[in-house]
Design a protein around this ligand. Structure first.
Ligand code: BES
Ligand code: ZN
Length: 569
């Protein structure tokens, strides 16, 4: 109930030559004392707080000291750990806590050198109140925990060096179900059976990823289903991917997020961008692998649909910024900015499109082995965009001037906008859906829905149909859409979101109760932020948004709440 982590961070330093001081990152931490391995106090200073970076903790190192032990506590409303009261969980009886380190939030719960270009191993002992299970992005040495004072203690070990944003912790009332030999799912008992069924393909996804990227090096690949306020679809914590409960659609239609997080076991977790400006080396490669995993498991049509969605977002982002805006380059200039601003369709979708373009130029027979060798050559290393371009030239395009000209890697990476000859994904199924949306929008009746073509649509097709409709359909049409969605896909968060956004933009009051339920039942930024934005488009909607937000705000992660604050006040 203290909503607080108290403890000791013990850091073994490797410095060459010996350093006179070490500087650690901290944010919203209270530092009680710093000592060496024998308990001798070391003198330290805390720098002035920077709104993005936090405060530098400078510790003086007497000759020979290679371990510093920092005694500290987190603040109850710091952003690194999210503390949920029992009401914020599915079971409703036990509290829950989870960490989120990406991009630079690990410093909010561990004093360490929280820099993307550095890696560390870790051991952890976590003591927590009885009845809860703690899990981390590491080997679980005491899966059931051991009694410790009034609580239970859990031990963890991560022997592979990882960047600090991948250190992750969660604790709550958790159950576990195995899925395959290396895979399984943790979730609250109330959700664990649904989770087991939803993610049944995890082991096959892993095999498909390995076939492209090489052996999975992290041992286990488990999933943890988080409470509804988890702000992301998924987060690729090593050995233990965190996922949103909004993926539990009951029809396995939203599992591409799992494919995506699994793919990060190579780009991101194994081969890490050296700086946040190189973020596309992480997300662009991951989206590329995500699409290939989908293709291998579910076929080219399903993968094409996903690729089309991505490109629609990419086009919207380029349009918002303008095709000559520097932030549309793959290699970003983030100097002085919060790295969180890098999270847009540019590194994700333009990044993947670049790899598609290379794949198209050389063919899969050459591209696939190259990709795998890239991960092998740079395993457990940090890489820059320039290093990738050199590697590409040396190991794939090698001296073929015509090929290099055709790929034009520097154009993709260092220039704004999307090259005019970029691969354009197409999906026949989505084109049919777009035609249906045009016909629907051109009339004022809902007859085309009643005719029944839509009842065979997959959730992907429904979502695309709803996204393609302009706001302002007739009440009869909106009523028919409402009925069709709640009949065919009542539990699919992507379909529901697409419907509610359209309904709110159309100022369709009968959907208000459903919007309110949706906005108070989950806190995923991808849904919450655009839905409030859609409501804020009209005075009617803005008023209702403020009313709903007053109740919903405590459910949201601080980063999501900050964005909604700016929209609805
Ligand atoms: N690493 C990201 C999650 C992330 C990005 C957290 C930026 C914090 C800041 C993760 O791999 C991701 O991209 N998740 C996506 C889903 C994916 C299928 C595009 C998400 O959560 O929406
Ligand atoms: Zn990702």
């Amino acid at each position: 109930n203290a909503r607080q982590l108290r403890g000791r961070a013990s850091l073994d330093l490797r410095t060459a030559p010996p350093a006179a001081a070490v500087v650690l990152d901290t944010k919203e931490l209270r530092i009680h004392a710093v000592a060496d391995e024998r308990g001798r106090l070391l003198s330290f200073t805390l720098g002035a707080p920077d709104p993005v970076l936090g405060r530098a903790l400078t510790v003086e190192l007497p000759a020979g000291v290679t371990r510093v032990v920092v005694e500290y506590e987190t603040s109850p409303d710091g952003n690194g750990l999210v503390w949920l009261a029992p009401e914020g969980t599915a079971g409703g009886e036990h509290p829950f806590v989870f960490s989120h380190g990406h991009a630079i939030l690990t410093r909010n719960w561990i004093p360490t050198q929280d820099s993307l270009g550095l890696r560390q191993t870790y051991d952890a002992r976590i003591t927590i109140q009885r009845g809860l299970t703690a899990v981390m992005s590491a080997e679980h040495l005491t899966p059931a925990g051991v009694p410790h004072g009034a609580g239970r203690r859990f031990e963890f070990r991560m022997t592979q060096p990882i960047p600090t944003y991948l250190i992750a912790l969660a604790a709550g009332e958790l159950a576990f179900r195995p899925l395959g030999a290396r895979t399984g799912v943790f979730a609250e008992p109330a959700l664990v059976e649904r989770a087991r069924d939803e993610f049944a393909d995890l082991e096959r996804m892993l095999a498909a990823a390995e076939a492209m990227a090489g052996p999975y090096r992290w041992g286990r690949a488990d999933l943890l289903v988080l409470p509804p306020s988890f702000p992301f679809g998924g987060m690729e914590n090593p050995r233990l991917t965190f996922v949103s409960p909004t993926l539990l659609a009951g029809d396995r239609s939203l599992t591409t997020v799992v494919a995506h997080e699994l793919a990060h076991a190579w780009p991101g977790n194994l081969v890490t961008p050296a700086t946040w400006s190189d973020f596309w080396l992480n997300e662009g490669f991951t989206v590329y692998l995500e699409l290939r995993i989908n293709e291998a498991l579910y076929g080219a049509e399903r993968a094409a649909m996903l690729e089309v969605y991505g490109h629609r977002e990419l086009e919207a982002q380029v349009e918002r910024l303008g095709a000559t805006h520097p932030d549309t380059r793959l290699h970003l200039d983030l100097a002085g900015r919060d790295p969180a601003v890098a999270v847009t369709a540019i590194p994700y979708v333009k990044g993947a499109a670049f790899l598609r373009a290379v794949e198209r130029a050389v063919g899969r027979a050459r591209f696939d082995p190259y990709l795998r060798s890239w991960f092998d050559r740079h395993a457990f290393q940090s890489v820059t965009t320039d290093a990738f371009l050199r590697d590409l030239r040396e190991h794939l395009l090698g001296g073929d001037a015509e090929l290099e000209r055709r790929v034009d890697a520097r154009r993709w990476v260092y220039e704004p906008g999307v090259p005019s000859d970029a691969p354009r994904p197409a999906s026949a199924a989505l084109e049919r859906v777009e035609a249906a949306a045009r016909a629907f929008a051109a009339s004022t009746s809902a007859r085309s829905l009643e005719a029944g073509a839509t009842s065979a649509w997959t959730p992907q097709e429904w979502r695309h149909f709803l996204d393609a409709l302009p706001p302002g359909s007739s009440d009869e049409q909106l009523r028919a859409l409402d009925e069709a969605v709640s009949r065919d896909h009542p539990n699919n968060s992507e379909v529901l979101f697409a419907w509610l956004r359209l309904a709110m933009r159309s100022q369709y009051a009968p959907a208000l109760a459903a919007a309110e339920r949706f906005l108070t039942a989950q806190g995923r930024g991808k849904f919450v932020k655009p839905l409030y934005a859609a409501m804020a488009e009209s005075e009617w909607g803005a008023r209702e948004a403020r009313r709903i937000y007053r109740v919903a705000r405590p459910l949201y992660h601080a980063t999501v709440a900050a964005a909604v604050d700016a929209m609805v006040g």
